[in-house]
Design a protein around this ligand. Structure first.
Ligand code: HEM
Ligand code: 2DC
Length: 469
Protein backbone atom coordinates (compact mmCIF):
# COMPACT_ATOMS: atom_id res chain seq x y z
CA UNK A 1 0.00 0.00 0.00
CA UNK A 2 1.31 3.41 -0.86
CA UNK A 3 0.37 4.91 2.47
CA UNK A 4 1.81 8.37 1.80
CA UNK A 5 -0.74 8.85 -0.92
CA UNK A 6 -3.73 7.46 0.91
CA UNK A 7 -6.44 9.58 2.35
CA UNK A 8 -6.12 9.55 6.15
CA UNK A 9 -9.52 7.86 6.28
CA UNK A 10 -7.92 4.76 4.85
CA UNK A 11 -4.87 4.85 7.05
CA UNK A 12 -6.20 2.66 9.85
CA UNK A 13 -6.60 -0.11 7.27
CA UNK A 14 -3.15 0.59 5.86
CA UNK A 15 -1.82 0.49 9.37
CA UNK A 16 -3.25 -2.96 9.99
CA UNK A 17 -1.70 -4.15 6.73
CA UNK A 18 1.58 -2.55 7.68
CA UNK A 19 1.50 -4.18 11.08
CA UNK A 20 1.27 -7.54 9.35
CA UNK A 21 4.11 -6.70 6.99
CA UNK A 22 6.19 -5.46 9.86
CA UNK A 23 5.94 -8.71 11.73
CA UNK A 24 6.77 -10.66 8.58
CA UNK A 25 10.50 -11.30 8.56
CA UNK A 26 10.78 -11.39 4.79
CA UNK A 27 9.23 -7.96 4.41
CA UNK A 28 11.35 -5.99 6.84
CA UNK A 29 14.06 -5.30 4.31
CA UNK A 30 11.69 -3.30 2.15
CA UNK A 31 10.05 -1.47 5.02
CA UNK A 32 12.28 1.22 6.37
CA UNK A 33 11.65 2.63 9.80
CA UNK A 34 8.40 1.95 11.61
CA UNK A 35 5.86 1.75 8.82
CA UNK A 36 2.80 1.65 11.12
CA UNK A 37 3.76 4.94 12.66
CA UNK A 38 3.13 6.63 9.34
CA UNK A 39 -0.49 6.54 10.37
CA UNK A 40 0.02 9.23 12.94
CA UNK A 41 2.25 11.23 10.61
CA UNK A 42 5.41 10.69 12.63
CA UNK A 43 7.11 8.36 10.23
CA UNK A 44 9.13 10.49 7.86
CA UNK A 45 10.35 8.10 5.25
CA UNK A 46 9.02 5.00 3.59
CA UNK A 47 10.38 2.74 0.94
CA UNK A 48 7.82 0.90 -1.14
CA UNK A 49 7.76 -1.46 -4.05
CA UNK A 50 4.58 -1.66 -6.09
CA UNK A 51 4.84 -3.80 -9.19
CA UNK A 52 7.86 -2.48 -11.03
CA UNK A 53 8.17 0.78 -9.10
CA UNK A 54 10.62 1.03 -6.27
CA UNK A 55 10.55 4.38 -4.57
CA UNK A 56 11.36 6.24 -1.41
CA UNK A 57 8.56 8.40 -0.04
CA UNK A 58 9.09 11.54 1.99
CA UNK A 59 6.70 14.11 3.45
CA UNK A 60 8.71 16.81 5.23
CA UNK A 61 9.57 20.24 3.76
CA UNK A 62 13.20 19.91 4.92
CA UNK A 63 13.45 16.63 3.05
CA UNK A 64 11.83 18.14 -0.03
CA UNK A 65 14.57 20.76 0.02
CA UNK A 66 17.22 18.01 -0.05
CA UNK A 67 15.39 16.16 -2.82
CA UNK A 68 15.13 19.16 -5.13
CA UNK A 69 18.78 20.04 -4.61
CA UNK A 70 19.60 16.63 -6.07
CA UNK A 71 17.29 16.80 -9.12
CA UNK A 72 20.10 17.66 -11.50
CA UNK A 73 20.17 19.66 -14.71
CA UNK A 74 17.44 17.66 -16.43
CA UNK A 75 14.88 16.91 -13.71
CA UNK A 76 12.95 13.73 -14.44
CA UNK A 77 9.68 12.69 -12.83
CA UNK A 78 7.90 9.35 -12.90
CA UNK A 79 7.00 8.52 -16.50
CA UNK A 80 3.30 7.99 -17.02
CA UNK A 81 3.69 5.05 -19.39
CA UNK A 82 0.13 5.11 -20.64
CA UNK A 83 0.83 8.57 -22.07
CA UNK A 84 4.13 7.70 -23.74
CA UNK A 85 2.66 4.43 -25.04
CA UNK A 86 -0.13 6.32 -26.77
CA UNK A 87 2.34 8.71 -28.43
CA UNK A 88 4.49 5.77 -29.56
CA UNK A 89 1.46 3.85 -30.79
CA UNK A 90 0.16 6.76 -32.89
CA UNK A 91 3.58 7.97 -33.89
CA UNK A 92 3.13 11.36 -32.30
CA UNK A 93 5.89 13.49 -30.85
CA UNK A 94 6.29 13.96 -27.11
CA UNK A 95 5.72 17.48 -25.87
CA UNK A 96 7.48 19.06 -22.94
CA UNK A 97 5.40 17.01 -20.48
CA UNK A 98 6.89 13.73 -21.68
CA UNK A 99 10.30 14.70 -23.04
CA UNK A 100 13.45 14.24 -20.98
CA UNK A 101 17.10 15.24 -21.08
CA UNK A 102 18.45 17.87 -23.46
CA UNK A 103 15.43 17.61 -25.76
CA UNK A 104 13.17 18.56 -22.83
CA UNK A 105 15.43 21.40 -21.75
CA UNK A 106 15.80 23.07 -25.12
CA UNK A 107 12.03 23.00 -25.69
CA UNK A 108 11.21 24.08 -22.17
CA UNK A 109 13.51 27.13 -22.28
CA UNK A 110 11.69 28.47 -25.33
CA UNK A 111 8.25 27.65 -23.99
CA UNK A 112 9.07 29.34 -20.68
CA UNK A 113 9.53 32.67 -22.41
CA UNK A 114 6.11 32.51 -24.06
CA UNK A 115 4.11 30.82 -21.31
CA UNK A 116 5.47 31.41 -17.83
CA UNK A 117 7.80 34.44 -17.85
CA UNK A 118 6.48 37.54 -16.06
CA UNK A 119 6.58 39.52 -19.31
CA UNK A 120 3.65 37.62 -20.83
CA UNK A 121 1.30 38.21 -17.92
CA UNK A 122 0.30 41.59 -19.33
CA UNK A 123 -0.79 39.83 -22.51
CA UNK A 124 -2.75 37.14 -20.69
CA UNK A 125 -4.64 39.29 -18.20
CA UNK A 126 -6.98 41.14 -20.62
CA UNK A 127 -7.82 37.87 -22.38
CA UNK A 128 -8.51 35.99 -19.16
CA UNK A 129 -10.36 38.91 -17.61
CA UNK A 130 -12.81 38.91 -20.49
CA UNK A 131 -13.53 35.20 -19.95
CA UNK A 132 -14.10 35.87 -16.24
CA UNK A 133 -16.60 38.62 -17.05
CA UNK A 134 -18.42 36.37 -19.48
CA UNK A 135 -18.65 33.62 -16.88
CA UNK A 136 -20.27 35.99 -14.41
CA UNK A 137 -22.72 37.23 -17.05
CA UNK A 138 -23.59 33.62 -17.79
CA UNK A 139 -24.32 32.88 -14.13
CA UNK A 140 -26.49 36.01 -13.85
CA UNK A 141 -28.48 34.74 -16.82
CA UNK A 142 -28.89 31.28 -15.26
CA UNK A 143 -30.16 32.88 -12.05
CA UNK A 144 -32.63 35.04 -13.97
CA UNK A 145 -33.94 32.04 -15.87
CA UNK A 146 -34.38 30.00 -12.70
CA UNK A 147 -36.94 32.55 -11.52
CA UNK A 148 -35.86 31.95 -7.92
CA UNK A 149 -33.19 34.60 -7.54
CA UNK A 150 -30.55 31.92 -7.09
CA UNK A 151 -28.95 28.98 -8.87
CA UNK A 152 -28.15 25.68 -7.23
CA UNK A 153 -25.98 23.35 -9.26
CA UNK A 154 -22.96 21.10 -9.56
CA UNK A 155 -20.69 23.70 -11.13
CA UNK A 156 -18.08 21.27 -12.46
CA UNK A 157 -19.29 21.26 -16.08
CA UNK A 158 -19.45 25.06 -16.09
CA UNK A 159 -15.96 25.24 -14.62
CA UNK A 160 -14.55 22.86 -17.24
CA UNK A 161 -15.88 25.22 -19.89
CA UNK A 162 -14.49 28.25 -18.11
CA UNK A 163 -11.08 26.61 -17.86
CA UNK A 164 -11.00 25.51 -21.50
CA UNK A 165 -12.19 28.90 -22.70
CA UNK A 166 -9.45 30.54 -20.62
CA UNK A 167 -6.57 28.37 -21.74
CA UNK A 168 -7.88 28.43 -25.32
CA UNK A 169 -7.99 32.22 -25.44
CA UNK A 170 -4.39 32.44 -24.21
CA UNK A 171 -3.07 29.73 -26.54
CA UNK A 172 -4.91 30.84 -29.66
CA UNK A 173 -5.58 34.52 -28.96
CA UNK A 174 -9.17 33.79 -29.90
CA UNK A 175 -12.36 32.80 -28.17
CA UNK A 176 -13.66 29.26 -28.51
CA UNK A 177 -17.20 30.37 -27.59
CA UNK A 178 -17.78 28.13 -24.58
CA UNK A 179 -19.52 30.82 -22.54
CA UNK A 180 -22.37 30.90 -25.06
CA UNK A 181 -25.67 29.04 -24.77
CA UNK A 182 -25.00 26.68 -27.66
CA UNK A 183 -21.50 25.37 -27.67
CA UNK A 184 -19.57 23.51 -30.29
CA UNK A 185 -20.18 19.78 -29.67
CA UNK A 186 -16.54 19.14 -30.58
CA UNK A 187 -15.43 21.31 -27.68
CA UNK A 188 -17.71 19.41 -25.31
CA UNK A 189 -16.30 16.17 -26.66
CA UNK A 190 -12.78 17.44 -25.98
CA UNK A 191 -13.72 18.11 -22.35
CA UNK A 192 -15.19 14.62 -21.98
CA UNK A 193 -12.10 13.07 -23.53
CA UNK A 194 -9.79 14.73 -21.00
CA UNK A 195 -11.74 13.32 -18.05
CA UNK A 196 -11.77 9.89 -19.68
CA UNK A 197 -8.05 10.12 -20.41
CA UNK A 198 -7.24 10.80 -16.72
CA UNK A 199 -9.66 8.15 -15.50
CA UNK A 200 -8.23 5.44 -17.75
CA UNK A 201 -4.65 6.40 -16.90
CA UNK A 202 -4.72 5.52 -13.22
CA UNK A 203 -5.23 1.72 -13.49
CA UNK A 204 -2.43 1.68 -16.07
CA UNK A 205 0.03 3.06 -13.52
CA UNK A 206 0.23 -0.46 -12.16
CA UNK A 207 -0.46 -2.66 -15.19
CA UNK A 208 1.93 -2.11 -18.10
CA UNK A 209 0.03 -0.51 -21.00
CA UNK A 210 2.10 -2.50 -23.51
CA UNK A 211 0.59 -5.68 -22.10
CA UNK A 212 -2.94 -4.28 -22.04
CA UNK A 213 -2.48 -3.25 -25.64
CA UNK A 214 -1.36 -6.74 -26.65
CA UNK A 215 -4.44 -8.36 -25.13
CA UNK A 216 -6.74 -5.65 -26.54
CA UNK A 217 -7.98 -4.59 -23.10
CA UNK A 218 -10.92 -2.17 -22.95
CA UNK A 219 -9.05 0.22 -20.69
CA UNK A 220 -6.32 0.65 -23.32
CA UNK A 221 -8.88 1.08 -26.12
CA UNK A 222 -10.76 3.72 -24.11
CA UNK A 223 -7.50 5.48 -23.37
CA UNK A 224 -6.57 5.59 -27.05
CA UNK A 225 -10.01 6.88 -27.95
CA UNK A 226 -9.68 9.63 -25.33
CA UNK A 227 -6.28 10.82 -26.56
CA UNK A 228 -7.48 10.59 -30.18
CA UNK A 229 -10.32 12.97 -29.29
CA UNK A 230 -7.91 15.31 -27.55
CA UNK A 231 -5.40 15.38 -30.41
CA UNK A 232 -8.07 15.75 -33.10
CA UNK A 233 -9.59 18.79 -31.43
CA UNK A 234 -6.20 20.38 -30.70
CA UNK A 235 -5.15 19.73 -34.32
CA UNK A 236 -8.29 21.52 -35.53
CA UNK A 237 -7.57 24.55 -33.35
CA UNK A 238 -3.92 24.64 -34.41
CA UNK A 239 -4.74 24.29 -38.13
CA UNK A 240 -7.21 27.11 -37.79
CA UNK A 241 -4.61 29.53 -36.43
CA UNK A 242 -2.05 28.35 -38.95
CA UNK A 243 -4.44 29.12 -41.79
CA UNK A 244 -5.44 32.59 -40.58
CA UNK A 245 -1.79 33.44 -39.93
CA UNK A 246 -0.92 32.85 -43.55
CA UNK A 247 -3.79 35.04 -44.71
CA UNK A 248 -3.37 38.12 -42.59
CA UNK A 249 -0.16 39.52 -41.20
CA UNK A 250 -1.09 40.79 -37.77
CA UNK A 251 -0.87 44.52 -38.39
CA UNK A 252 -3.06 45.71 -35.53
CA UNK A 253 -0.37 44.90 -32.91
CA UNK A 254 -2.80 42.74 -30.99
CA UNK A 255 -1.33 39.89 -28.89
CA UNK A 256 -1.79 36.84 -31.13
CA UNK A 257 -1.62 34.10 -28.48
CA UNK A 258 1.01 31.56 -27.45
CA UNK A 259 0.75 29.37 -30.55
CA UNK A 260 1.16 32.18 -33.07
CA UNK A 261 4.01 33.69 -31.03
CA UNK A 262 5.84 30.35 -31.09
CA UNK A 263 5.29 29.95 -34.82
CA UNK A 264 6.59 33.46 -35.53
CA UNK A 265 9.57 32.94 -33.22
CA UNK A 266 10.50 29.92 -35.34
CA UNK A 267 12.80 28.34 -32.76
CA UNK A 268 10.95 25.04 -32.38
CA UNK A 269 9.86 22.68 -35.12
CA UNK A 270 6.17 22.78 -35.97
CA UNK A 271 5.79 19.24 -34.70
CA UNK A 272 7.33 20.16 -31.35
CA UNK A 273 5.09 23.21 -31.09
CA UNK A 274 1.99 21.15 -31.85
CA UNK A 275 2.91 18.52 -29.28
CA UNK A 276 3.42 20.99 -26.45
CA UNK A 277 0.45 23.21 -27.34
CA UNK A 278 -1.76 20.10 -27.27
CA UNK A 279 -0.44 19.21 -23.82
CA UNK A 280 -1.03 22.75 -22.61
CA UNK A 281 -4.59 22.70 -23.90
CA UNK A 282 -5.30 19.29 -22.31
CA UNK A 283 -3.50 20.15 -19.07
CA UNK A 284 -5.46 23.36 -18.70
CA UNK A 285 -8.95 22.01 -18.12
CA UNK A 286 -9.50 19.66 -15.16
CA UNK A 287 -6.67 21.07 -13.06
CA UNK A 288 -7.83 24.66 -12.60
CA UNK A 289 -11.55 23.87 -12.69
CA UNK A 290 -11.35 21.34 -9.87
CA UNK A 291 -9.19 23.69 -7.80
CA UNK A 292 -11.79 26.43 -8.28
CA UNK A 293 -14.58 24.05 -7.35
CA UNK A 294 -12.80 23.11 -4.10
CA UNK A 295 -12.20 26.80 -3.38
CA UNK A 296 -15.88 27.70 -3.81
CA UNK A 297 -16.74 24.72 -1.60
CA UNK A 298 -14.42 25.99 1.15
CA UNK A 299 -15.74 29.55 0.82
CA UNK A 300 -19.30 28.25 1.08
CA UNK A 301 -18.34 26.45 4.29
CA UNK A 302 -16.69 29.59 5.71
CA UNK A 303 -19.05 32.54 5.12
CA UNK A 304 -17.06 34.95 7.31
CA UNK A 305 -13.90 34.21 5.40
CA UNK A 306 -15.83 34.71 2.17
CA UNK A 307 -16.78 38.23 3.33
CA UNK A 308 -13.16 38.95 4.24
CA UNK A 309 -12.05 38.02 0.73
CA UNK A 310 -14.83 40.10 -0.77
CA UNK A 311 -13.70 43.10 1.26
CA UNK A 312 -10.10 42.65 0.10
CA UNK A 313 -11.23 42.54 -3.53
CA UNK A 314 -13.42 45.64 -3.07
CA UNK A 315 -10.50 47.65 -1.67
CA UNK A 316 -8.21 46.46 -4.47
CA UNK A 317 -10.81 47.39 -7.07
CA UNK A 318 -11.28 50.85 -5.63
CA UNK A 319 -7.66 51.78 -5.24
CA UNK A 320 -6.68 50.60 -8.71
CA UNK A 321 -9.82 51.70 -10.53
CA UNK A 322 -10.02 48.44 -12.34
CA UNK A 323 -6.42 48.21 -13.59
CA UNK A 324 -6.37 44.41 -13.44
CA UNK A 325 -2.62 43.93 -13.52
CA UNK A 326 -2.34 46.22 -10.48
CA UNK A 327 -5.33 44.68 -8.80
CA UNK A 328 -3.76 41.24 -8.92
CA UNK A 329 -0.94 42.57 -6.76
CA UNK A 330 -3.35 43.62 -4.04
CA UNK A 331 -5.16 40.41 -3.19
CA UNK A 332 -2.84 38.40 -0.91
CA UNK A 333 -5.72 36.70 0.90
CA UNK A 334 -7.30 35.52 -2.36
CA UNK A 335 -3.91 34.09 -3.32
CA UNK A 336 -3.64 32.53 0.13
CA UNK A 337 -7.03 30.89 -0.40
CA UNK A 338 -5.79 29.24 -3.59
CA UNK A 339 -2.67 27.97 -1.80
CA UNK A 340 -4.82 26.71 1.03
CA UNK A 341 -7.05 24.87 -1.46
CA UNK A 342 -4.03 23.19 -3.05
CA UNK A 343 -2.72 22.26 0.41
CA UNK A 344 -5.89 20.40 1.37
CA UNK A 345 -6.95 19.35 -2.13
CA UNK A 346 -3.82 19.06 -4.27
CA UNK A 347 -4.36 18.17 -7.93
CA UNK A 348 -1.18 16.07 -7.88
CA UNK A 349 -1.02 13.63 -4.99
CA UNK A 350 2.77 13.61 -5.13
CA UNK A 351 5.84 15.14 -6.76
CA UNK A 352 8.59 12.79 -7.91
CA UNK A 353 12.18 12.99 -9.07
CA UNK A 354 14.92 10.53 -9.99
CA UNK A 355 17.80 11.90 -7.96
CA UNK A 356 21.09 12.46 -9.76
CA UNK A 357 23.39 12.17 -6.74
CA UNK A 358 23.42 10.24 -3.46
CA UNK A 359 21.54 11.98 -0.66
CA UNK A 360 20.90 11.39 3.02
CA UNK A 361 17.36 11.89 4.31
CA UNK A 362 16.32 11.16 7.90
CA UNK A 363 19.60 9.33 8.33
CA UNK A 364 18.97 7.03 5.39
CA UNK A 365 21.37 6.90 2.53
CA UNK A 366 19.52 7.03 -0.79
CA UNK A 367 21.59 6.19 -3.86
CA UNK A 368 21.77 8.20 -7.05
CA UNK A 369 19.10 7.14 -9.55
CA UNK A 370 16.44 6.33 -6.95
CA UNK A 371 12.88 7.53 -7.54
CA UNK A 372 11.94 9.75 -4.60
CA UNK A 373 8.33 10.82 -4.10
CA UNK A 374 7.17 13.74 -2.00
CA UNK A 375 3.67 13.00 -0.73
CA UNK A 376 1.97 16.36 -1.26
CA UNK A 377 -1.37 15.23 0.10
CA UNK A 378 0.22 13.82 3.23
CA UNK A 379 2.45 16.87 3.77
CA UNK A 380 -0.54 19.20 3.46
CA UNK A 381 -2.24 17.43 6.34
CA UNK A 382 0.76 16.90 8.61
CA UNK A 383 0.24 18.79 11.91
CA UNK A 384 4.01 19.20 12.34
CA UNK A 385 4.11 21.13 9.08
CA UNK A 386 0.76 22.93 9.20
CA UNK A 387 -0.62 23.53 12.70
CA UNK A 388 -4.32 22.59 12.84
CA UNK A 389 -4.11 21.14 9.35
CA UNK A 390 -7.85 20.42 9.15
CA UNK A 391 -8.65 24.14 9.26
CA UNK A 392 -8.99 26.13 6.02
CA UNK A 393 -6.96 29.23 6.88
CA UNK A 394 -5.77 31.32 3.91
CA UNK A 395 -4.11 33.74 6.32
CA UNK A 396 -1.48 31.14 7.16
CA UNK A 397 0.10 31.98 3.79
CA UNK A 398 0.44 35.70 4.46
CA UNK A 399 3.91 35.29 5.99
CA UNK A 400 6.66 34.36 3.56
CA UNK A 401 8.64 32.54 6.25
CA UNK A 402 5.78 30.04 6.46
CA UNK A 403 6.35 28.96 2.90
CA UNK A 404 9.76 27.22 2.88
CA UNK A 405 9.13 24.16 0.67
CA UNK A 406 5.51 24.13 1.80
CA UNK A 407 3.75 25.64 -1.20
CA UNK A 408 4.47 22.97 -3.79
CA UNK A 409 1.11 22.44 -5.50
CA UNK A 410 2.62 23.34 -8.88
CA UNK A 411 5.84 21.44 -8.31
CA UNK A 412 9.26 22.97 -8.02
CA UNK A 413 12.17 24.32 -10.02
CA UNK A 414 12.78 24.18 -13.77
CA UNK A 415 10.45 21.20 -14.17
CA UNK A 416 7.56 22.80 -12.31
CA UNK A 417 4.13 23.25 -13.91
CA UNK A 418 4.51 25.09 -17.22
CA UNK A 419 0.91 26.30 -17.00
CA UNK A 420 1.39 27.79 -13.56
CA UNK A 421 1.11 31.47 -14.51
CA UNK A 422 -1.93 30.82 -16.68
CA UNK A 423 -3.53 28.73 -13.94
CA UNK A 424 -2.87 31.22 -11.16
CA UNK A 425 -4.02 34.23 -13.15
CA UNK A 426 -7.10 32.49 -14.46
CA UNK A 427 -8.08 31.34 -10.96
CA UNK A 428 -7.42 34.71 -9.31
CA UNK A 429 -9.50 36.53 -11.92
CA UNK A 430 -12.30 33.99 -11.52
CA UNK A 431 -12.44 34.54 -7.76
CA UNK A 432 -12.32 38.32 -8.12
CA UNK A 433 -15.34 38.33 -10.45
CA UNK A 434 -17.29 35.74 -8.49
CA UNK A 435 -16.74 37.51 -5.16
CA UNK A 436 -17.80 40.82 -6.66
CA UNK A 437 -21.05 39.35 -7.93
CA UNK A 438 -22.30 36.41 -5.89
CA UNK A 439 -22.57 34.92 -2.47
CA UNK A 440 -21.71 31.20 -2.48
CA UNK A 441 -23.67 28.90 -0.26
CA UNK A 442 -24.05 25.19 0.23
CA UNK A 443 -26.89 22.94 1.33
CA UNK A 444 -25.84 20.97 4.37
CA UNK A 445 -22.55 20.48 6.10
CA UNK A 446 -21.37 17.39 4.26
CA UNK A 447 -17.69 16.50 4.15
CA UNK A 448 -16.52 15.76 0.63
CA UNK A 449 -13.48 13.50 0.34
CA UNK A 450 -11.11 13.03 -2.59
CA UNK A 451 -10.88 10.24 -5.07
CA UNK A 452 -7.91 9.41 -7.29
CA UNK A 453 -8.40 9.47 -11.05
CA UNK A 454 -4.77 10.23 -11.72
CA UNK A 455 -5.51 13.70 -10.44
CA UNK A 456 -7.40 14.07 -7.17
CA UNK A 457 -11.09 14.85 -7.62
CA UNK A 458 -14.07 15.30 -5.30
CA UNK A 459 -15.51 11.81 -4.66
CA UNK A 460 -19.07 13.07 -5.20
CA UNK A 461 -20.76 16.07 -6.82
CA UNK A 462 -20.54 19.33 -4.86
CA UNK A 463 -23.81 21.28 -4.94
CA UNK A 464 -23.42 25.01 -4.53
CA UNK A 465 -25.94 27.84 -4.50
CA UNK A 466 -25.07 31.17 -6.09
CA UNK A 467 -27.04 34.31 -5.13
CA UNK A 468 -26.48 37.80 -6.54
CA UNK A 469 -25.17 40.22 -3.91
C1 HEM B 1 3.22 19.87 -14.72
C2 HEM B 1 0.16 20.97 -11.13
C3 HEM B 1 -2.51 23.62 -14.18
C4 HEM B 1 0.33 22.22 -17.84
C5 HEM B 1 2.62 19.96 -13.49
C6 HEM B 1 3.13 19.36 -12.28
C7 HEM B 1 2.27 19.68 -11.28
C8 HEM B 1 1.21 20.47 -11.85
C9 HEM B 1 2.39 19.29 -9.81
C10 HEM B 1 4.43 18.57 -12.12
C11 HEM B 1 5.50 19.56 -11.69
C12 HEM B 1 6.78 18.95 -11.18
O1 HEM B 1 7.06 17.77 -11.47
O2 HEM B 1 7.53 19.66 -10.47
C13 HEM B 1 -0.83 21.81 -11.65
C14 HEM B 1 -1.89 22.43 -10.87
C15 HEM B 1 -2.63 23.18 -11.72
C16 HEM B 1 -2.05 23.02 -13.04
C17 HEM B 1 -2.07 22.27 -9.35
C18 HEM B 1 -3.83 24.06 -11.48
C19 HEM B 1 -4.40 24.28 -10.32
C20 HEM B 1 -1.95 23.51 -15.42
C21 HEM B 1 -2.39 24.23 -16.58
C22 HEM B 1 -1.61 23.82 -17.62
C23 HEM B 1 -0.66 22.85 -17.10
C24 HEM B 1 -3.51 25.27 -16.59
C25 HEM B 1 -1.63 24.29 -19.06
C26 HEM B 1 -1.99 25.49 -19.43
C27 HEM B 1 1.37 21.48 -17.31
C28 HEM B 1 2.47 20.94 -18.10
C29 HEM B 1 3.31 20.27 -17.20
C30 HEM B 1 2.70 20.41 -15.88
C31 HEM B 1 2.66 21.09 -19.61
C32 HEM B 1 4.61 19.54 -17.54
C33 HEM B 1 5.82 20.49 -17.47
C34 HEM B 1 7.16 19.82 -17.74
O3 HEM B 1 7.27 18.61 -17.62
O4 HEM B 1 8.15 20.53 -18.09
N1 HEM B 1 1.45 20.63 -13.19
N2 HEM B 1 -0.97 22.18 -12.95
N3 HEM B 1 -0.90 22.69 -15.76
N4 HEM B 1 1.54 21.15 -16.00
FE1 HEM B 1 0.34 21.72 -14.46
C1 2DC C 1 -0.16 10.84 -10.52
O1 2DC C 1 1.80 8.06 -8.99
C2 2DC C 1 0.23 9.77 -9.50
O2 2DC C 1 -0.36 18.54 -14.08
C3 2DC C 1 1.47 9.02 -9.97
O3 2DC C 1 -1.46 19.21 -16.38
C4 2DC C 1 2.62 10.00 -10.15
C5 2DC C 1 2.24 11.14 -11.06
C6 2DC C 1 3.07 11.50 -12.06
C7 2DC C 1 2.89 12.68 -12.92
C8 2DC C 1 1.77 13.64 -12.46
C9 2DC C 1 0.57 12.78 -11.98
C10 2DC C 1 0.95 11.87 -10.77
C11 2DC C 1 -0.65 13.67 -11.68
C12 2DC C 1 -0.99 14.60 -12.84
C13 2DC C 1 0.17 15.49 -13.27
C14 2DC C 1 1.33 14.52 -13.62
C15 2DC C 1 2.36 15.42 -14.25
C16 2DC C 1 1.51 16.46 -15.02
C17 2DC C 1 0.05 16.19 -14.66
C18 2DC C 1 0.52 16.43 -12.14
C19 2DC C 1 1.14 12.70 -9.49
C20 2DC C 1 -0.85 17.48 -14.82
C21 2DC C 1 -2.26 17.22 -14.40
C22 2DC C 1 -0.80 17.98 -16.30
C23 2DC C 1 -1.40 17.00 -17.28
C24 2DC C 1 -1.18 17.39 -18.73
C25 2DC C 1 -1.64 16.33 -19.72
C26 2DC C 1 -3.09 16.01 -19.60
C27 2DC C 1 -1.38 16.78 -21.13
Amino acid sequence: VDATNLSPRLWPRASAAAERLWSDERMTSSVIDAYPRLVDFRCRLLREKIGYYDSVNIIKPEDAAILFKAEGHYPKRLTVEAWTSYRDYRNRKYGVLLKNGEDWRSNRVILNREVISPKVLGNFVPLLDEVGQDFVARVHKKIERSGQGKWTTDLSQELFKYALESVGSVLYGERLGLMLDYINPEAQHFIDCISLMFKTTSPMLYIPPAMLRRVGAKIWRDHVEAWDGIFNQADRCIQNIYRTMRQDTNTHGKYPGVLASLLVLDKLSIEDIKASVTELMAGGVDTTSITLLWTLYELARHPDLQEELRAEVAVARQSTQGDMLQMLKMIPLVKGALKETLRLHPVAVSLQRYITEDIVIQNYHIPCGTLVQLGLYAMGRDPDVFPRPEKYLPSRWLRTENQYFRSLGFGFGPRQCLGRRIAETEMQLFLIHMLENFRVDKQRQVEVHSTFELILLPEKPILLTLKPL
